[in-house]
Design a protein around this ligand. Sequence first.
Ligand code: PLP
Length: 600
Amino acid sequence: MMPEFLGSSEHLDVAYFSMEFGLEPAMPTYSGGLGILAGDTIRAAADIKLSMVGVSLLHREGYFRQHLDSTGNQTETNAEWAPEQFLQLLPTRVLINLGGHQIQIQAWRYLVHGHSGHDVPVFFLDTAVPENPEWEQSLTGQLYRNDSKYRLSQEAVLGLGGVAMLRALGYRKIHSYHMNEGHSALVTLALTEERMWGHNLSAASEEDKEAVRQCCVFTTHTPIAAGHDEFPVPLVREVLGGERTDYLLTTGGCRNNALNMSNLAVDFSRYVNGVSMRHEAVSKCMYCNRSIDNNHCYINGTTVLRDDVTPCKYSEHPIDAITNGVHANTWTSSAMSKVYDRYIPEWRRDNHYLRYAVGIPLDVIWKAHQSAKQELFDEIKRRTGVILDPEVMTIGFARRATGYKRTDLIFADLERLRQIAKQAGRFQVVCGGKAHPNDGSGKELIRNIFKAGAELKDIIPVVYLEEYDMALAKYVCSGVDLWLNTPLKPLEASGTSGMKTALNGIPSLSILDGWWTEGHVESVTGWSIDDGWREQSNREEEIASLYNKLEKVILPMYYKAPTDYIAVMRYAIALNGPHFNAQRMVMQYLQNAYRHPINA
Ligand SMILES: *Cc1c(COP(=O)(O)O)cnc(C)c1O
């Protein structure tokens, strides 16, 4: 029997597992892009009335609060929050066996309301019940702690506990288990255990494995090795026990005496995708057994130089691409939303209609943008006391501060920047982003930006905003005039901030990597930094290109040919808005992954 409080059927299209979810700014249950994407996915699924549930961990201590001193040194404190203010505690409990103990898990429910009145629940698993031993109670406390045993145990709670909780809540027939990144790969183990109920896992046949595979979908999100959890087999044995470990050793998840969660997920999924066309090609190499290192593959008995430009025909894992999208209703400023409501009334229900933004008068777009810009500047003044001039061209960038994102690239040559500001037109910079507490190079990026800001302060105002979160992202991604993105190729799987800004009529100036290789039309939707996406990053060339475009193209257009600039803004909306949104993304998952898996 279904518990009454759910009000849903036991048939469900999709259970979407993610270690983080960005649902509300005041719920610190996410660290960055991955969680925001999970939240946008659920919001769009609710819009299109998809029967889906989300599963995650509670993260009672949140991610962390960021504190920056006057030189940009970051320190952190816990981001404690009160789940009962946002979530409903359910009476159901389940048990899983972990590290030789039975652990009790309860769940909290959050409901995401879609535009058309359909709700999608997200269940946050919680081990902080008095019956559990102290350490086990802490397991659903912190997001991404640097402690392998803690992390593996968390992933066991998510995968094993998540499936058990869905069953206890009455969800028996689930068409697709969608693993958003490798953290939830133990879902596949839970499904195998369920199938083998009463038998030792060693009895699992190829047919049993195939049955699990037919239920699972996996999305991989980064070509960075540190983004793929790997646990030494002795630790796996300690946490998951002997029977499960012996079984995992027989799967493609274990290599070189370690359990790799992404490989486990790939091995047990009927459909696997990367998050942009470019990322598809990069991922095919990443998961390929023939890959030797970053540059070489072993094919037909010889070592060959890798060409990760064209998707490789030798790769044994079919990997598809579904490019990310952002939830338009969430990320469009209220000023711009009012314009769309007036000219394209159906846009919230169906984002395809944003195509018709091409007919909105330029002065209407400019006025709405000025209003969003003023809102950002008011918020900056409120938070920092800094007063920015709305007449000045404003460049924005804000994302997790980590090495490959190279957020300090624009500050490579301060003399040149001064000269550009004097000769081509004034500009100012608004930026933000947290570094993971253990990420030294990410913290250094923040200090570099502070240092550059101090040196430029007489001519180019630079504001670094503390505590970048969903609320601040909405201000920044709707209020600046140009979005700058300078990651190291080919490491940007997708990137989503430039999609948020496009919905607000803000063009990008970006390295051709991730989504921008698809969204970029030169001088129409924005500008590229350097011109090829095939080549490796060349730092000197990229810096020169960035400065040249700012000096010769973008600043002159902004100040001397404003209607041309606003036309670019309008094309950013009309060409990229209808496509790089989460409704289109979820429809593609439905078509290619959930309903008609093309790789199956
Ligand atoms: C959108 C968003 C991100 C992700 O930005 P990317 O461009 O995908 O790196 C990170 N943090 C917050 C708060 C966001 O809103």
